[in-house]
Design a protein around this ligand. Structure first.
Ligand code: F3S
Length: 424
């Protein structure tokens, strides 16, 4: 890899031993992927994936201490993924004990390490840092050092920024050094599509299932998606951005997609059209039957597949303001239609702290509370990442949560139906 004089000096220790080690790690990482050079991180803010103070992550805490002692702070302020616990989210005595005393006992000290290293503020815990209310919104063409898969795919595809699917810690090192290795999705070549997806459905596809189907088919490749104009139009409105957020998270978790192009809609597809498609690209046609086949094949991980749902999570990735309002209206109307006043399954909607704060200033907040729905800043995956929750019958409309936990997937319309009717 060719390094600039400044990068060579850092590697040689001009900014101290700790910074030299950070740089060396990034160089080794780049070498492993055949990077030819390092480029400056140009976004104004970073984003970290590791937000949870799991007791078993001792090496991470030691590393953080070494960075702080060595003065290797992040060059850019950063946001971080959501917290794992929130006292408002239902948990029984045993679960609370396990969360607080055993699993996440390092949360407070890890939070203070993050604050020292460059966390924007104590409200910056969300995977949707690119929401207007949060304000960590990279520009088109920016080079980023992020790792959260749902945020990386959104930044690349919807915002036109450039970021690889880095790992946790590596992304922190990029933000500390201010450089990232130049390979993969940072390059024009790496952003070319090797799959053409032809969507031929008779109705707007559920974002989470369409993303799942594409992710499982193309894995880490870049898809160029056609046939969505009828359903999404040509403008990135708030509704379309929310759809793409959920769609992208499913492509990234059910496969390993870091970038997709949507014909006539996403920034690079608008600018470059089908010249983004690489020669010899494969074709995948998706119709109603294919989406049904994909949904029907999700394994049900519950011990008792006939169990009544005990908890419902909506908001993985975190909901946008428009989604929160829409869900509030939908729940209220469905409850009224079904002659009920409160949801029948304990239900948690999750969103960024800044989005929750703004939402709580609107009349929707009371409507949602009256319907019995809990609003939280939690990461549902972190909440479920323990043996106790594995036994719980949790339902969700998130394909990412389904993939990584024992929760059971239902489409949004099915979820609405379940939580607003009498539980059998
Ligand atoms: Fe966000 Fe946690 Fe889901 S980080 S995407 S809410 S798994």
């Amino acid at each position: 890899m060719t390094l600039t004089q400044e990068q060579q000096d850092i590697l040689g220790g001009s900014k101290g031993e700790t910074m030299a080690k950070v740089m060396q790690t990034l160089v080794l990482y780049g070498d492993a992927f055949g990077a030819e050079k390092m480029v400056p991180v140009t976004s104004t803010k970073g984003h970290l994936v590791t937000s949870f103070g799991l007791k078993v992550m001792k090496p991470v805490y030691n590393l953080m201490d070494q960075l702080i002692e060595g003065g290797a702070f992040s060059k850019q302020k950063f946001s971080v993924d959501p917290k794992p616990i929130d006292p408002n989210v239902p948990a029984n005595f045993l679960e609370k004990l396990v969360f607080n005393k055993f699993m996440y006992s390092m949360q407070d000290s890890y939070d203070s390490q993050l604050a020292k290293l460059g966390l924007i503020d104590s409200d910056s815990y969300t995977c949707t840092c690119y929401m207007d209310e949060v304000g960590n919104i990279p520009k088109k063409g920016d080079y980023l050092s992020w790792a959260e898969s749902s945020a990386v795919v959104y930044a690349n595809s919807v915002l036109g920024a450039r970021c690889n699917r880095n790992s946790g810690i590596i992304e922190l090192f990029g933000s500390i050094a201010g450089f990232v290795p130049y390979f993969g999705l940072l390059t024009d070549e790496g952003r070319k599509a090797t799959w053409i997806i032809e969507v031929k459905t008779t109705k707007k596809p559920e974002a989470q299932i369409l993303g799942s189907a594409i992710g499982m088919k193309v894995m880490e490749d870049v898809p160029y998606i056609k046939g969505m104009g009828e359903w999404l139009g040509t403008e990135l409105t708030d509704d379309v951005k929310a759809y793409l957020k959920d769609f992208g998270a499913a492509t990234a978790s059910n496969g390993a997609v870091g970038l997709y192009h949507i014909d006539g809609l996403t920034p690079e597809a608008k600018e470059l059209g089908e010249s983004l498609v690489a020669e010899g690209a494969k074709v995948y046609v998706i119709d109603d039957d294919e989406l049904q086949r994909v949904q029907d094949n999700y394994p049900i991980m519950w011990k008792d597949i006939n169990a009544s749902p005990k908890l419902c999570f909506v908001g993985c990735p975190h909901l946008s303001m428009a989604q929160l309002k829409e869900w509030t209206d939908n729940v209220t109307e469905a409850l009224k239609k079904n002659g009920r006043t409160k949801v029948s399954v304990p239900t948690v909607f999750t969103a960024a702290p800044a989005v929750c704060e703004e939402f709580n200033k609107t009349p929707y907040a009371k409507k949602l509370k009256d319907a019995g729905v809990i609003l939280s800043y939690i990461c549902p995956l972190m909440y479920m990442n323990n043996p106790l929750c594995k036994k719980k019958a949790v339902i969700t409309n998130s394909n990412k949560l389904r993939t990584y936990t024992t929760s059971r997937y239902y489409r949004s319309d099915e979820i609405l139906d379940i939580i607003t009717k009498e539980v059998k």
